[in-house]
Write a protein that binds this ligand. Structure first.
Ligand code: F6R
Length: 263
């Protein structure tokens, strides 16, 4: 696992965006896995800046969302379908027809999950999966004790996750209790994982996923099982990393084969 400690949240976004942009320049129709929430916003903002400047063309990129709420109509402003249209697809001038999101309104949710897995396999594999992490260590909406073998399925959001996401809704009761999420095994199938985190509220989760035991109690620790995982955090989110000086040293001395544009 590569751990990069950046001087600011904005820089976290720039570094992660550099990895995405490098991939898209190499493979314009690359399949990218998209996270929602606050953490990746700086990535999407930097990619949008590159698109506006004419330095990047995302029109052929194909994308899969990590997760979706159950019971929110697609056109609800907080459905992840709407959020990804607003924050990623439109600003990056992507083709909306190439965005795939689990169907949280399906009559048969289990069948919708299975169909989503099939679509990822048929379209994919995902070349680069963008991830955030919850304060309790979740990735996607794989809450603590999620199986490392899990695939896209229905999950109940932890009370803390519902409370954390209440900021996007008019009242906490409006946050759906259930979601469809890619499983940990689905996420681990991506060729490359890039997880970003900012702020002190993420410091414990970042330390647990990078340096703690591989355990379903911290779903993010699944990244330790992946051969190409990069964790990019700001100083606050890095605050509880025991080997922070080592990560700074290794980044300052990056070997040529680990360098990427913008690093
Ligand atoms: C959402 C997702 C979640 C978030 C996590 C952190 O698609 O994958 O795992 O990344 O809940 O959310 P923020 O970034 O809002 O702190």
């Amino acid at each position: 696992m590569q751990v990069i400690i950046a001087e600011s949240g904005e820089r976290v976004g720039q570094l992660a965006a550099a990895k995405v942009a490098q991939l898209v320049r190499r493979q314009p129709d690359a399949v990218i896995g998209l996270a929602t929430g606050s953490s990746p916003l700086a990535i999407y903002a930097d990619l949008a800046r590159q698109v506006r400047a004419g330095d990047l063309d995302c029109s052929a990129v194909r994308a899969f969302a990590l997760d979706e709420y159950v019971g929110l109509p697609v056109d609800h402003p907080e459905s992840y379908h709407s959020v990804l249209r607003r924050e990623v697809v439109d600003p990056l001038q992507m083709d909306p027809g190439r965005l795939h999101v689990p169907d949280g309104m399906a009559d048969d949710l289990a069948a919708a999950c299975a169909a989503y897995e099939r679509r990822i396999v048929e379209t994919g594999p995902v070349a680069l999966q963008i991830l955030g992490v919850g304060a309790n260590g979740h990735i996607g909406f794989n809450e603590p004790t999620s199986s490392f073998a899990s695939r896209t399925r229905i999950k109940t959001l932890a009370p803390q996750t519902r409370a954390d996401n209440a900021r996007f809704f008019a009242s906490p009761e409006e946050v759906p209790a259930h979601c469809l999420t890619q499983g940990l095994a689905t996420i681990l199938d991506a060729a490359q994982l890039v997880l970003v985190a900012q702020g002190t509220t993420k410091a414990n989760a970042v330390a647990a996923l990078v340096e703690g035991p591989v355990t379903s109690m911290c779903p993010g620790s699944a990244l330790q099982l992946h051969a190409d995982a990069t964790v990019i955090v700001d100083e606050e989110a890095a605050g509880r990393l025991r080997l922070a000086d080592y990560y700074r040293y290794t980044y300052a001395n990056l070997p040529v084969w680990q360098r990427f544009e913008g690093a």
